[in-house]
Ligand binder design. Structure first.
Ligand SMILES: Nc1nc2c(ncn2[C@@H]2O[C@H](COP(=O)(O)OP(=O)(O)OP(=O)(O)O)[C@@H](O)[C@H]2O)c(=O)[nH]1
Ligand SMILES: [Mg+2]
Length: 425
């Protein structure tokens, strides 16, 4: 069990709220050490105060509000840069949409983005990527551009370039900074830089040296234009798990406000074990906070009702996790196709598709019972409602672990196929 939950159960049953208040922040910080977490500093201090004063209804409502805010967060990302630099490709990659899909952002070799266009994330409609018009056109004016583009509505800006960053981009970056917004420089197409370098200088070619040269070049350019300490991310839109894309994800997550972080983490493409783990950590936090909320309810006199987690709700929960990890029915079909493996064979390998065997696993009930009894034998607390809360907690964790393991399994298979394909070329 997460230390946060066991400490809460112990503290609440002994009515040792001072101790609980003292322990909460360090324990929560440990729980979210890899992700930053979804609770804002205000929520954390609200929970701390609620615990200190022994006001569990306050604790419960702070957690409830934070979960609600995270689930309903709106995220607007502006992508800017000169024509042809790969803005649309980057948006498609982040939306997990293939360039040929109907709902994809237009990708082409002529200037295809003429005015600002919103692209909703197909799974998370509250997340919108804005493909803003190129900054390289003659009638571009850094002074008026941001106002025209309603800059205040974006959470952050991604400035894209595929060679050197232009003066216009740098001017824009300075304006964005003055307006108190965050921006990140992304240098795309490093795959083609590497390809051409290897072709032209096969004897001296060293991947790391080429990448370092591009990085230094971008840095020098931006600093000379007046951008201080620019963060530059070298990426290939065709190969997200290599180069700096994972670092970009991490940085964006760290710098977003807590309630937006959760949404952003869920939409990130499932490109590596690290990205799957990251998602898992975010969902674990949510499971833990939900359990904490239910546990708090258990200790509020006359309020020990329990909102159930019946089979349809469990099925929905598993479906949701599968969706987050790209294992929904449609995605599994697409993966089977890409692997060239019959769909039934793939399905047989995925434990998360068999809802009934998962819910038949009694060990969850035993775990929850033992944990609830262990704690109530010490305290004589409200064991039954705590047992219900722990049952949900263990069941959700079981679903999450199963889905994440299956996603890793498929990722491994895809990697093997990709390597075989690359070797056959
Ligand atoms: N090799 C390589 N090609 C890329 C990459 N990103 C984009 N491209 C190609 O670059 C061309 C332009 O990409 P787009 O995504 O349409 O660029 P854009 O910035 O949206 O262009 P406009 O809409 O005209 O402003 C397309 O042929 C893409 O396939 C990348 O990371 N590597
Ligand atoms: Mg475009």
């Amino acid at each position: 069990m997460d230390p946060l939950i066991s400490a809460f159960l112990k503290g609440a049953s002994e009515k040792n709220f001072q101790q609980l208040a003292m322990e909460f922040l360090p324990q929560y910080t440990a729980l979210v050490s890899k992700t930053g977490g979804m609770l804002s500093p205000e929520t954390l201090s609200g929970i701390h105060k609620g615990l200190l004063e022994g006001k569990l209804p306050d604790v419960m409502s702070h957690i409830q509000e934070a979960i609600h805010a995270a689930e309903n967060a709106v995220l607007q990302v502006a992508v800017i840069g000169q024509s042809g630099t790969g803005k649309s490709s980057f948006i498609n990659a982040l939306r997990g949409v293939s360039h040929e899909a109907e709902e994809s952002a237009d990708v082409g070799t002529v200037e295809t983005t003429m005015c600002k266009i919103p692209y909703q994330h197909p799974k998370y409609p509250k997340v919108i990527f804005w493909d803003l018009p190129g900054t390289g056109t003659p009638n571009f004016h850094a002074d008026t551009y941001l106002d025209k583009m309603a800059f205040a509505s974006y959470d952050f800006f991604i400035i894209i370039s595929s060679s050197r960053f232009s003066l216009n981009d740098a001017l824009l970056a300075l304006k964005i900074k003055d307006a108190g917004k965050k921006f990140y420089f992304v240098r795309t197409k490093v795959d083609s830089d590497l390809y051409s370098e290897e072709k032209t200088k096969p004897k001296t070619f060293k991947k790391e040296n080429v990448l370092q040269r591009i990085r230094d070049y971008c840095l020098t350019n931006l600093i000379s234009i007046g951008v201080t300490e620019p963060h530059i991310f070298l990426i290939s839109n065709f190969d997200l798990d290599t180069f700096d894309f994972p670092k970009l994800q991490e940085t964006l997550l760290k710098e977003l406000p807590g309630h937006k972080r959760h949404m952003f983490a869920l939409l990130l493409p499932n490109i590596s074990d690290a990205s799957l783990e990251l998602k898992k950590h975010f969902l674990q936090e949510k499971i833990c906070l939900e359990a904490l909320k239910s546990a708090a309810v258990s200790f509020i006199p006359f309020m020990t009702f329990f909102i159930g987690f019946d089979l349809p709700q469990q099925e929905e929960c598993l479906k949701e996790y599968r969706n987050y990890f790209g294992l929904d029915d449609k995605s599994v079909e697409e993966i089977a196709e890409r692997l060239g493996t019959p769909l039934e064979d793939i399905k047989d390998q995925l434990k998360c598709l068999d809802f009934w065997s998962l819910v038949k696993d009694d060990s969850i009930i035993t775990q929850a019972k033992n944990a609830a009894e262990a704690f109530s034998s010490v305290s004589g607390g409200p064991a039954s409602s705590v047992f219900q809360a722990l049952k949900v907690y263990y069941r959700r964790k079981q679903f999450l672990n199963t889905v994440a393991d299956d996603a890793k399994h498929l990722l491994r298979k895809m990697e093997t196929v990709n390597v075989a394909l690359a070797n056959s070329k």
